[in-house]
Design a protein around this ligand. Structure first.
Ligand code: C5P
Length: 229
């Protein structure tokens, strides 16, 4: 890591699942020509690897070891496309997006030793000319010194409807009520956990994407970067 990397500007976008932060963060990173960290994918990857190893989800020591040892690689394809994600060299891009992987991620993410094991791995994504990092604690814990911070929300109903549309497009039939229940349960778990709970950084720009197009949110976020540069 060079001095340039240590000083590289960071834009953090935190918020609950389904707020659109992943799509917005990727689009903003692309427009700025900056690197991109999908920190949720790291937690999902560890949850998956822990499942493969048949680990006991109450054994925090084994889970922390798994977090330290799991190799996660992001492989970009066409510009603007979602990168492929490899866990220990296996392409798990589709599996990683399932509700099961999300629930496993949320369970292991509540364990302090797991979060600690992922701390340095996340910081290593700060590389010149800049980084857009999306997650739950990017602005509060991982990059508290980030120059730009955004907290993106949307109503639980809208987030469930977006997820329902995504799954329907993939030919998967799920009930919107079930999705809404899952989203609310995961929000509560993420917001109420003792370590790195989901909450906006004090200086974050709060954006509500309910009824707002992704393009509009992207423009607002780019506006923040331009205004503070
Ligand atoms: O963002 P995504 O839905 O992929 O994250 C999956 C889970 O990983 C979240 O529900 C949360 O519990 C956990 N997570 C976290 N901290 C992050 C990113 C994700 O605790 N920075």
């Amino acid at each position: 890591m060079t001095v340039d990397d240590l000083l590289a500007p960071v834009l953090t976008i935190d918020g609950p699942s389904g707020s659109g932060k992943g799509t917005v963060a990727r689009a903003v990173a692309h427009k700025l020509g900056w690197h991109f960290l999908d920190s949720g994918a790291l937690y999902r990857a560890v949850g998956l690897a822990a499942g493969w190893a048949d680990l006991d989800f109450s054994d925090s020591e084994a889970l922390a070891r798994c977090a330290a040892e799991t190799q996660v690689t992001f492989r970009s394809g066409h510009v603007g496309d979602e990168p492929r994600v490899l866990v220990n060299a296996v392409d798990v891009t589709d599996e990683l997006r399932t509700e099961t992987a999300g629930a496993a991620a949320s369970a292991i993410a509540a364990i302090p030793a797991v979060r600690e094991a992922l701390f340095a791995k996340q910081r290593a994504f700060r590389v010149s000319p800049g980084l857009v990092a999306d997650g739950r604690d990017m602005g509060t814990v991982i990059f508290p010194d980030a120059r730009y911070k955004v907290f993106l929300t949307a109503s639980a109903e809208e987030r469930a409807a977006r997820r329902h549309k995504q799954l329907s497009e993939k030919g998967l039939a799920v009930s919107i009520d079930g999705l809404l229940r899952e989203i609310r349960a995961r929000d509560a778990r993420d917001a109420e956990r003792a370590v790195a709970p989901l909450r906006p950084a004090r200086e974050a720009l709060l954006l509500d994407s309910t009824g707002v197009s992704i393009n509009e949110v992207v423009e607002r976020v780019l506006g923040l970067v331009t205004a503070k540069s």
